[in-house]
Design a protein around this ligand. Structure first.
Ligand SMILES: [Zn+2]
Ligand SMILES: [Zn+2]
Ligand SMILES: [Zn+2]
Length: 135
């Protein structure tokens, strides 16, 4: 690989990690593309995101609407267990990692788990506080 190309790839990775870390919100490919402001193309973004997930720097989640989003790993712990529940607020749209809420289930024999997506929809504490105060 040419030096120049290699450098640009590292740059893209660093930039994407920074963007994810700075964001408290889960981000879609499009959000990341916009935030990068033309630094790299869509294909590179997909590749980098895949790599970040494999390297446990970020984790992937699927919103209730089926949109794939990415979040920087923060409190997953050493083992990076990403089987926790994500909470999607109907009012403010915030997607939160509920690191300590891990659904328990057993798969029938012959099924092997590779990825889990649990997204729960409802009102987050912030929004339920405001709505009950208004009543
Ligand atoms: Zn993690
Ligand atoms: Zn909310
Ligand atoms: Zn999460």
């Amino acid at each position: 690989m040419a030096e120049k190309v290699k450098r640009r790839k590292t740059q893209a990775k660093t930039a994407i990690v920074d963007i994810l870390k700075q964001s408290t919100q889960a981000m879609t490919h499009q959000d990341i593309e916009l935030a990068l402001d033309g630094l790299c193309n869509r294909v590179t973004i997909y590749r980098v995101l895949d790599r970040l997930v494999k390297e446990d720097l970020a984790h992937k989640l699927v919103d209730v609407d089926g949109v794939t989003k990415y979040l920087a790993c923060r409190d997953c712990g050493e083992n990076h267990l990403h089987h926790h529940v994500h909470f999607s607020c109907e009012q403010c749209g915030e997607l939160t990692c509920l690191y300590h809420v891990v659904p328990k289930f057993t798969l029938p024999e012959g099924y092997h788990l590779s990825e889990v997506n649990f997204t729960v929809r409802g009102d987050c504490p912030k929004c339920s506080a405001t709505s009950s105060a208004a009543e």
